[in-house]
Design a protein around this ligand. Structure first.
Ligand code: PA5
Length: 445
């Protein structure tokens, strides 16, 4: 069997001065044990760990029923959510979609996202798009009370009710939320929307393998069964209490580097379709580890594009960065550089070579240049960009994040720091109950 993921941490070792790999291995294995036994911090939020192996065929059927129902007449699906309630599906859909799909014959509804910002122009453009296309909506919020998606849903809902009438609007709305609590659950019950529940013990950024991720991904025409099979295969591999466990190896390498004052982890990809996978990864690690004034700062770059913008800094700026480079072994498409008689661009030395070969040589060259420049390197490779391998990759990152958080000594499953901006925003918006704080804040503006 082709390995699901290849990890190489050999280019980390030369940078370790303060500690050894084996010290970190011991800590990471203890952290894995805590995760597996549910004895660490935030252990009431470990439901994500067995989602892939425990998935029921009934869930695939319920999702398929909605896909089929909407396939008949829906041109536009607006997926409303923010943070963990949108980034997972956005990452997978972007990674597996044709970059020029809008120019190709239409297959299924177009999936767009809303509620991940509160920008007026974005929302008014969405309203314009909904006027032109037969629209349905998937609204996702675990708490059911998050302001950004709630605002977007109010507008989308109003459009659907006005345009299609109450009965038809109900067919066009699916809500994914807490099984009992929150304004969204209440609204869905009162209005009679179709719903899916997000398990109590699964937090937003770990929810891609629940209906939060699966429904939008399936509506985009992606095979979610394969995604879950890949994740389940990785679930088994990363349960192994061994230094060979790739999730342990990754957690070891990044924690060892953090202890060497490498404070920024750059996720490097060579595939533009992985831009949102990087965004998902940034949220996963940033929101899980950035606590108690600790934690690696997760950042991302897309090469070779960003070698022409950030390459200078990485090569030669402050030495507080390391790279985690994610590559794909084989491309899905095919393009070869042609030979020309004139060779006026001087590229005939590449004639007959695949574009992917050039990309790989750029990656090898960059790896060596950056290592020589003092940037440690963790290398990750998946065989192909398919639902199966992406499912495995996302699960790998989730598991490694749980291990890493425990090695760091934080609770990787809460996000109390996110509340500070919310309180101020509510106060400034005069939300009932926040008036006094609003007066104080306005004096500081
Ligand atoms: O990871 C998390 O828990 C957060 O990013 C949430 O997903 C995000 O804040 C959205 O929350 P909710 O789904 O409750 O609207």
């Amino acid at each position: 069997m082709i390995p699901l993921l290849h990890i190489d941490t050999s280019a980390v070792l030369p940078f370790l001065k303060a500690s050894t790999f084996s010290q970190w291995e011991e800590k990471a294995l203890q952290a894995l044990q805590k995760l597996e036994q549910g004895t660490g911090k935030g252990s009431d939020f470990l439901g994500w760990m067995h989602l892939p192996s425990a998935v029921q065929p009934k869930l695939f059927q319920q999702i398929e029923d909605i896909r089929r129902d909407w396939e008949r007449d829906i041109e536009l699906v607006v997926v409303i959510g923010i943070g963990g309630s949108y980034l997972g599906s956005k990452a997978i859909i972007e990674a597996l979609s044709h970059p020029f799909g809008h120019l190709l014959p239409k297959k299924g509804p177009q999936i767009v996202f809303a509620g991940q910002n509160i920008e007026e122009d974005y929302i008014s453009s969405l309203m314009e798009a909904m006027e032109r296309a037969s629209t349905a909506c998937v609204v996702i919020s675990k708490s059911g009370t998050t302001t950004e998606p709630a605002i977007a849903f109010r507008l989308v809902k109003q459009h659907l009710y006005e345009r299609y009438g109450a009965e038809e609007a109900k067919r066009r709305i699916v809500a994914i939320t807490d099984p009992e609590k929150g304004a969204l659950r209440k609204m869905a019950t009162n209005q009679g929307y179709r719903t899916f529940s997000i398990p109590h013990d699964v937090g937003g950024r770990y929810s891609v393998f629940t209906p939060v991720g699966l429904l939008p991904i399936a509506l985009a025409g992606i095979r979610i069964e394969e995604l879950m099979q890949g994740a389940a295969a990785m679930e088994e591999i990363t349960a192994e209490e061994s230094p060979k466990n790739p999730a342990v190896q990754y957690a070891v390498a990044r924690n060892a580097l953090y202890a060497e004052e490498k404070k920024i982890e750059l996720l490097v990809t060579y595939h533009p379709g992985l831009f949102f996978l990087t965004e998902w990864w940034k949220q996963l690690f940033g929101e899980s580890e950035g606590k108690e004034h600790k934690g690696l700062f997760p950042a991302g770059v897309s090469f070779t594009t960003d070698l022409h913008s950030m390459g200078q800094y990485i090569q030669d700026g402050e030495r507080h960065v390391f790279e985690t480079v994610l590559t794909i072994e084989k491309p899905v498409g095919k393009a070869t550089i042609p030979h020309t008689e004139q060779d006026d661009d001087g590229l005939n030395y590449l004639a007959g070579k695949r574009i992917d070969y050039c990309n790989k040589m750029a990656a090898f060259g960059t790896r060596l240049a950056h290592i020589d420049g003092g940037v440690p390197n963790i290398s990750l490779q998946i065989p192909r960009l398919t639902p199966f391998y992406l499912g495995a990759l996302l699960y790998f990152f989730q598991k490694s994040c749980g291990i890493s958080g425990y090695v760091l000594g934080v609770n990787p499953f809460d996000q109390e720091g996110v509340e500070a901006y919310k309180k101020n925003m509510f106060a400034l918006l005069n939300k009932p109950g926040f008036e006094a704080q609003g007066d104080l804040l306005r004096k500081r503006l």
